[in-house]
Write a protein that binds this ligand. Structure first.
Ligand SMILES: NC(=O)C1=CN([C@@H]2O[C@H](COP(=O)(O)OP(=O)(O)OC[C@H]3O[C@@H](n4cnc5c(N)ncnc54)[C@H](OP(=O)(O)O)[C@@H]3O)[C@@H](O)[C@H]2O)[C@@H](O)CC1
Ligand SMILES: Nc1ncnc2c1ncn2[C@@H]1O[C@H](COP(=O)(O)OP(=O)(O)O)[C@@H](O)[C@H]1O
Ligand SMILES: [K+]
Length: 559
């Protein structure tokens, strides 16, 4: 599993490496800049075509150290900049070490013969030492434009650039994007999202798009969207939490995330958030004795006309490997369900008393309930009885709404429970936490979906799986992972009616197999996305369980 870091964790790793003497900050910055250039050429090999003919010093410019004034030898109109055609880049540098990385990128591109224009936001005199060293090194052979929103906007509009590098702010973004970057942002958004515009420049973010908070993924107003984001050592949490999309759609701000090794060692970070990837051992844990050793899941169905959700959950539980699955069905819906299922068993459960009777059989070791269960008192009594049984239990949909309405019911949650809210259900269950998440952020690090899910899990005393393309799974003790359906795992067609019901079944099935709640929820969520990717667009919820054998076969044949 890959660790995702916060800015503070990344800074601590960097500081420890520098203090131990194994590397200097300047070396790390050089590797970071080189990593960005390498990633650019890997992503767009056609840009690597330039030879090093220009070389450093290829364009003679008087040196001017220490100042931020517009360099006297630089052209002062976009037309002048555009005069000559070779590979062209604009590098936007900020006042911190992110800007320092930008100066390295600018120098390395220039060494390859590129024409590079650099704009600096902020005061060079106040730059941190490594960034300043690279700024000064750049000034030895070239110049820097002082930040001017209008000039940048016009330059980008009028010139035939191949590349724009955003090195304005990285992990050090602490407050809203400044007003004087606004026009540049207005220029970025339509250009980056006009995907069909031929020959538009490639947009690359150093570490994270400026304006996106690296701990929360939230947009501190005016984020610069990009095609490619190049981060260092480990991806940051913010790369995987979905910021609200730009005005014209929900495309991700980061474009694609590439992580470059800069020679830092792994550190043991106790509370790191992880990007989930399953271990095969979880799924191969088939016993060779009998079906009961693979557990028996009980899925509660709703009344007549509302049994489809539970049937899909039951099918999911069976496909994921529960030894047996029984649907607990109200008498009035018995015929409807019997006509539709074969491998799944049925039990009549008319009320909470009947459920308690069924659960006297200790072989029912996992329960799934909520999808289309109903919201009346009888349904609430079923939830109470299920919780009192103390089994591994996944609660979804109506069960979550019932929990939100009744504090006494909520208090019955225990450490073998898994709650699977989508954003609306999360808000019903944890309105105060959701309000913090919905509040417009004004500073970094901003409150994140990870923070919210951890807080919810602690309050509920059980595992919480907060759904979405960036599903966050947190345990009460703070252990936390993200199951991403973004970037190369994007599967927006998974957002289809009933797909959450199947997820409930996957979790219940894995719980029945004796897998602990956190591992069961993480594995189920991962398999769920994998099934959607395997099937592709056109998917409906019923397809998900049927896709599982293919996914499992592929997983089990992994080297
Ligand atoms: N850590 C590592 O291992 C490595 C890190 N590396 C690189 O360093 C980057 C982190 O550098 P960083 O810490 O200097 O922060 P950075 O993002 O440049 O910004 C800080 C500056 O911005 C300013 N500022 C902030 N918000 C603002 C706003 N809204 N509006 C205006 N100003 C604002 C802030 O001002 P202040 O808050 O101090 O007043 C300060 O001047 C990281 O992303 C990576 O690229 C690599 O070299 C490899 C190794
Ligand atoms: N854009 C998306 N990309 C991938 N998966 C998504 C996306 N939006 C939602 N999902 C997933 O789809 C499922 C929807 O579940 P839910 O909202 O409970 O729907 P339903 O109640 O119809 O079953 C969840 O597993 C959620 O994580
Ligand atoms: K950046």
């Amino acid at each position: 599993m890959t660790e995702l870091l916060t800015a503070a964790q990344m800074r601590a790793i960097e500081t420890a490496a520098i203090e131990s003497g194994e590397v200097t900050g300047l070396e790390l910055m050089e590797r970071a800049g080189a990593g960005v250039v390498e990633a650019i050429f890997e992503e767009w090999p056609e840009l690597a075509g330039a030879d090093a003919a220009g070389g450093e010093g290829g364009i003679a410019r008087p040196a001017e150290k220490g100042g931020v004034a517009l360099h006297p030898a630089l052209p002062d109109s976009p037309q002048d900049i555009c005069e000559q055609k070779k590979f062209r880049a604009v590098v936007l540098c900020g006042p911190g070490n992110n800007g320092g990385d930008g100066f390295v990128v600018a120098r390395l591109l220039r060494q390859r013969g590129w024409e590079v224009e650099v704009f600096l936001y902020g005061d060079a005199v106040k730059m941190p030492p490594d960034a300043k060293a690279n700024y000064e090194r750049w000034l030895e052979n070239a110049g820097v434009h002082r930040w001017d929103d209008n000039f940048i906007e016009d330059t980008l509009d009028e010139c035939d650039h191949d590349l724009v590098v955003d090195a304005v702010f990285g992990t050090g973004l602490t407050r809203l994007m400044p007003d004087d970057t606004e026009r540049t942002w207005h220029g970025f958004v339509p250009r980056v999202f006009s995907w069909h515009q031929k020959d538009r420049p490639k947009y690359v973010a150093v570490d994270i798009p400026s304006g996106i908070c690296s701990d929360s993924g939230r947009n501190l107003e005016g984020a610069f969207p990009t095609d490619l984001t190049v981060s260092f050592h480990r991806a940051k949490i913010g790369h995987y939490l979905l910021a609200k999309g730009p005005p014209d759609g929900g495309t991700l701000w980061c474009g694609k995330v590439v992580v470059k090794d800069i020679g830092l060692k792994d550190a043991c970070i106790a509370d790191a958030v992880r990007l989930f990837d399953p271990t095969i051992s979880t799924l191969t844990k088939f016993s060779d004795t009998h079906k009961y050793s693979h557990g028996h899941a009980l899925i509660l169905a709703g009344g007549p006309g509302r049994t489809g959700a539970a049937r899909m959950a039951a099918r999911g539980a069976l496909r994921v490997g529960a030894g047996l699955v029984t649907l607990a069905v109200p008498p009035a819906a018995q015929k409807e369900v019997a006509a539709q299922v074969t491998a799944i068993m049925l039990r009549q459960v008319g009320d909470a008393t009947a459920l308690a009777k069924v659960l006297e059989d200790a072989r029912f070791n996992a329960i799934g309930l909520g999808p289309a269960l109903g919201l009346d008192e009888d349904a609430a009594a079923l939830v109470a009885t299920a919780l009192e049984a103390g089994r591994a239990t996944v609660l979804d949909a109506d069960a979550l709404t019932l929990l939100a309405k009744d504090a006494a019911l909520f208090a019955k949650l225990h450490d073998k429970c898994v709650l699977t809210p989508h954003a609306g259900e999360f808000k019903r269950l944890f309105p105060d936490i959701a309000a913090k998440l919905e509040a417009v952020p004004t500073k970094g690090p901003a409150y994140s979906k990870v923070d919210a899910t951890r807080e919810a899990a602690k309050r509920a005393g059980c595992l919480v799986l907060f759904k979405g393309p960036d599903t966050v799974i947190a345990a009460p003790d703070g252990r936390c992972s993200i199951n991403s359906a973004q970037y190369e795992r994007a599967a927006p067609w998974l957002a289809t009616a009933g797909s959450g019901d199947v997820l409930t079944g996957f979790i219940a099935g894995l719980l029945a197999r004796g897998i602990a709640p956190q591992q069961a929820a993480e594995t189920a969520a991962w398999l769920h996305v994998e099934c959607a990717l395997d099937f592709g667009p056109g998917l409906i919820a019923e397809d998900l369980p049927e896709q599982l054998p293919n996914v499992l076969r592929r997983l089990l044949s992994r080297p």
